[in-house]
Design a protein around this ligand. Structure first.
Ligand SMILES: NC(=O)C1=CN([C@@H]2O[C@H](COP(=O)(O)OP(=O)(O)OC[C@H]3O[C@@H](n4cnc5c(N)ncnc54)[C@H](O)[C@@H]3O)[C@@H](O)[C@H]2O)C=CC1
Ligand SMILES: N[C@@H](CCC(=O)N[C@@H](CSC=O)C(=O)NCC(=O)O)C(=O)O
Ligand SMILES: [Zn+2]
Ligand SMILES: [Zn+2]
Length: 379
């Protein structure tokens, strides 16, 4: 390969400072070191979490950095000791690693992996605790171990899932974050049973994927809660059976839901990142067994609270990262499910732009009419 072992100069969207427009720069991407993989990113989508870190509210947010974590691409080259992928493989970068060897991976209790987390949380690679990105010699931090707002990125080998090469990369890039998170929150974290009553707070991509997962699990009622009434028409197509707008009620939303459901819902999901709504999501659960899953990411300094009596009387409060899916093992399986038309993906894509138009894409995700905007990175 002409580029193997060479520094690649390519376009990337650099976040120089919080909340300042990203700048398309010529970025130098160093070759992968031992245990690393350099990936040509073909398509990346934007997730609300990118906007969250860009806002400066993420305690792990470091600047300048290259954001992005929902993408698909092709392996360009691999570092020493990498055996599970090779140049030409189609892959999805995974912000939640899976090494299959660490205490977490071997526990059978979680999808979290400890192998590279200490590096990905501080924007560097494990091998030398440095970045592979620079602009005119100035290092640029990695983000979530993925940094997909770039034509090329370097990831750890434990953070890349090899997928079916027939899958359309402009669609399955979504399987890097939002869709699996919602489906897995239902299937892996809550384990919703047939006949359940489910409440979903926030009907963005993650909340809609929760609805899709709940419908597939056989939920009887799927109640969508959003302050944007335009969300309901779309939400029906993903399985939401009833819609509640908190703005239409004087009573606290948890009371509205308890009244609507003869004592509370079996399962609730917070898909916004708002700690007041997290409380409401717990408190709308049925006494004795209702389970609430926190999916949304809340800003630095935010804390949740409730009366402990809510838990004493049997409600359960949980959280989920990447929907509890083991990334390298299960992302390929999700891709196959998509190819067999067993899960939706295309339906979440409302906009298509190019990497150069990324600031417009961030505007769109704040405007409400956008679920996922997919960026073509190579034009
Ligand atoms: N735990 C995990 O692994 C993951 C967490 N996330 C987080 O999930 C959350 C949702 O992500 P997206 O669906 O991409 O976001 P989004 O911004 O597209 O959707 C949020 C929805 O919540 C609604 N909303 C806002 N305030 C509300 C309120 N007070 N009451 C009711 N509805 C309200 C909005 O109208 C919107 O429809 C974000 O916090 C994101 O960071 C995303 C992916 C993975
Ligand atoms: N740095 C953030 C962490 C935010 C967070 O919880 N991220 C999720 C994924 S959100 C994807 O869109 C996650 O997987 N968390 C587990 C992890 O190991 O990071 C903060 O501190 O708020
Ligand atoms: Zn995400
Ligand atoms: Zn591990």
């Amino acid at each position: 390969m002409a580029t193997h072992g060479q520094v690649i100069t390519c376009k990337a969207a650099v976040a120089w400072e919080p909340n300042k427009p990203l700048v398309i720069e010529d970025v130098q991407v160093a070759p992968p070191q031992a245990g690393e993989v350099r990936v040509k990113i073909l398509f990346t989508a934007l997730c609300h979490t990118d906007a969250y870190t860009w806002s400066g509210k993420d305690p792990e947010g470091l600047f300048p950095c290259i954001l992005g974590h929902e993408a698909a691409g092709i392996v360009e080259s691999v570092g020493e000791g990498v055996t599970e992928v090779q140049p030409g493989d189609h892959v999805i970068p995974c912000y939640q690693a899976e090494c299959k060897e660490c205490k977490f991976c071997k526990s059978g209790k979680t999808n979290l992996c400890g192998k590279v987390r200490s590096a990905t949380g501080v924007g560097v690679m494990m091998n030398d605790r440095k970045s592979r990105f620079s602009v005119n010699g100035k290092p640029i931090y990695h983000f979530m171990g993925t940094s997909t707002f770039s034509q090329y990125t370097v990831v750890h080998d434990v953070s890349v899932a090899k997928i079916d090469p027939t899958a359309p990369l402009n669609k399955v890039c979504l399987l890097g974050c939002g869709v699996p998170t919602g489906l897995g929150a239902v299937w892996n974290t809550a384990k919703v049973e047939a006949g359940s009553i489910v409440a979903i707070f926030g009907l963005g991509t993650v909340g809609l994927a929760v609805a899709e997962g709940a419908k597939a699990a056989g939920a009887l009622r799927i109640i969508g809660i959003d302050i944007d009434p335009k969300k309901f028409d779309t939400a029906k197509n993903f399985g939401v059976t009833e819609f509640v707008n908190p703005k239409d009620h004087e009573k606290p939303i948890q009371q509205v839901l308890v009244d609507l459901t003869d004592g509370g819902v079996d399962y609730s999901f917070e898909c916004i990142g708002n700690v007041s709504v997290m409380r409401a999501a717990l408190e709308c659960c049925h006494k004795g067994w209702g389970t609430s899953v926190i999916v949304g990411v809340a800003a630095s300094g935010q804390e949740i609270s409730t009366r402990p009596f809510q838990l004493v009387t049997g409600r359960v409060w949980k959280g989920t990262a990447f929907g509890g899916f083991k990334s390298r093992s299960q992302v390929p399986w999700l891709v196959e499910k998509y190819l067999k038309k067993e899960i939706k993906v295309d339906e979440y894509i409302t906009h298509n732009l190019t990497l150069a138009e990324i600031n417009r894409a961030f505007d769109l995700i704040h405007e409400g009419g956008c679920l996922r905007c997919v960026l073509d990175c190579q034009v």
